[in-house]
Write a protein that binds this ligand. Structure first.
Ligand SMILES: Nc1ncnc2c1ncn2[C@@H]1O[C@H](COP(=O)(O)OP(=O)(O)OP(=O)(O)O)[C@@H](O)[C@H]1O
Ligand SMILES: [Mg+2]
Length: 245
């Protein structure tokens, strides 16, 4: 039997399938292109990356910093994330000390400070639109491509409908898709629709689809009893409405 693969995405570092090169990050071509130009020209501006969860913001910036600084990464990159306190004292101390630290870098390279999850910073950050890279949720096709890489590398048994169900529940969030894949594999060793909806614990889309069908056919009592069944199973109204949507 195959051994379960190590956690994919629930730790900040050491995520097995986090792309290492900017060019391996799928989707968001505009942002990706700008990052590749920065990597190529070695001309790092102040940048803000914004967008929904699990779409590659942290991944992109770590990859870019590695491409720019290579072997100097450890001494030339300061990473501050949500687990660090980032009040004004941190800005005064940690960042200032890092900025003053002497690091010998190849010509044209600069030290990089990464303020991950900066929306939780208590210090205001200024930018203009030119420095803002917007990320968007990933398409089904983009998520499928990446899931296939993992499924093949880890020899995870699956049927296509199982992967489709993972993509459905992930809703454009690659981290969610990979976490779900892992949870299903750990729990059942087989990715099919049934197992996905057991693990992801969303109302089964076929059930919800039937409710919509009943409504379209004017069978409102049937639709309502479908709704009540889900509610009695313990799904919250939000879960039901989200799946309906
Ligand atoms: N565009 C992508 N291409 C390939 N893998 C991705 C992509 N986006 C996310 N992933 C995978 O999902 C994981 C989480 O991505 P990442 O940490 O970059 O998300 P994020 O955009 O920073 O989300 P958050 O807003 O929650 O911080 C990564 O480890 C990587 O495996
Ligand atoms: Mg992030």
């Amino acid at each position: 039997m195959a051994t379960p693969f190590t956690p994919l995405t629930n730790t900040k570092h050491g995520e097995k399938y986090r792309p290492i090169k900017v060019s391996d990050i799928v989707g968001n071509e505009d942002a990706g292109y700008r990052l590749q130009v920065i990597a190529r020209d070695r001309n790092m501006p102040n940048l803000i990356l914004s967008g929904p969860s699990g779409t590659g913001k942290t991944t992109s910036i770590l990859a870019l910093a590695h491409e720019l600084l290579g072997a100097n990464y450890r001494e030339a990159v300061l990473e501050l994330n949500a687990s660090d306190d980032r009040g004004i004292d941190v800005v005064r101390n940690k960042i200032k000390m890092f900025a003053q630290k002497k690091v010998t870098l190849p010509p044209g390279r600069h030290k990089v400070i990464i303020l991950d999850e900066a929306d939780r910073c208590t210090v205001s950050i200024e930018t203009d639109d030119g420095n803002l890279l917007k990320f968007h949720t990933l398409s089904d096709h983009e998520i499928l491509g990446r899931l296939m890489v993992v499924v093949e590398a880890e020899k995870v048994p699956y049927v296509p409908e199982g992967l489709e169900a993972i993509i459905f529940t992930a809703d454009g969030d690659m981290r969610q898709a990979l976490n779900n894949l892992q949870a299903i594999y750990s729990g059942f060793r087989f990715v099919n629709q049934e197992n996905v909806f057991k693990v992801c614990n969303q109302p089964h889309p076929l059930h919800v689809k039937n409710m919509v069908k009943h409504v379209l056919e004017g069978k409102f009592d049937d639709a309502c009893s479908g709704l009540k069944q889900l509610y009695d199973l313990g799904y919250s109204p939000t879960d039901i409405i989200t799946t309906l949507f």
